[in-house]
Design a protein around this ligand. Structure first.
Ligand SMILES: *[C@@H]1O[C@H](CO)[C@@H](O)[C@H](O)[C@H]1NC(C)=O
Length: 192
């Protein structure tokens, strides 16, 4: 009796895993932009990254996919809003890609995933962010690098996903999101 039960349990496990792999594959298939490679951290990192704003540090042995592209931009581009500091010593790493300067987090500024950053073509252009039932304009000043990461230049943080609008705290405030909920939010954006 006991054996039978175990057997049923492992069938359930296999079934569950099949569903999981299947849906993962489908979600990769569905997005028009696939990874171009990835980074696996082989050695322990020389120092811990800045974990402000819930930033994630690269972990030894973990695989991080990299992207050269982002999903196509429309008038209602789906994205994930994250929190970033553009100040010196913040979790944003080096100065902003557009002007090689640091910026105060009290201004409405964002970094975009590599594909959307589009070789600096959106530098100093505004985007409109729709979230929490509000809309706010913010200026693109930086790239959230989807191609590289886990090195000193990227503060030992993983490469950015390909669908991120990485925003200053001013943007989160302007969207009216309570501080306790800052971190990750599903949003839409368009060129302003
Ligand atoms: C861009 O957005 C900022 C912040 O909302 C605003 O102050 C600025 O006037 C906008 N710039 C343009 C060119 O629309």
């Amino acid at each position: 009796m006991r054996k039978l039960k175990n057997c049923a349990t492992s069938f359930q496990t296999i079934f569950f895993l099949l569903i999981l792999v299947g849906s993962l594959w489908l979600s990769i298939e569905a997005s028009s932009c696939r990874p171009n490679g990835g980074i696996r951290v082989k050695r322990p990192l020389p120092r811990k990254c800045n974990t402000d704003d819930d930033s994630e540090c690269c972990k030894k042995g973990k695989f991080y996919p990299t992207f050269k592209c982002s999903p196509p931009v429309s008038k209602h581009t789906k994205a994930v809003l994250t929190l970033n500091s553009f100040e010196k010593g913040g979790d944003g790493g080096g100065p902003s890609e557009c002007d090689n300067m640091f910026h105060t987090d009290n201004t409405l500024i964002v970094a975009l995933s590599t594909g959307w950053f589009n070789n600096r073509k959106r530098c100093h252009h505004n985007i409109t962010i729709f979230g929490n039932g509000r809309r706010v304009n913010a200026m693109v000043v930086d790239e959230c690098d989807s191609r590289r990461g886990c090195d000193a230049e990227h503060d030992f943080q993983p490469p950015c996903p390909n669908n991120v609008v990485d925003a200053s705290k001013a943007v989160w405030k302007a969207l009216g999101i309570p501080k306790s909920d800052w971190g990750e939010l599903d949003i839409h954006w368009s060129d302003a």
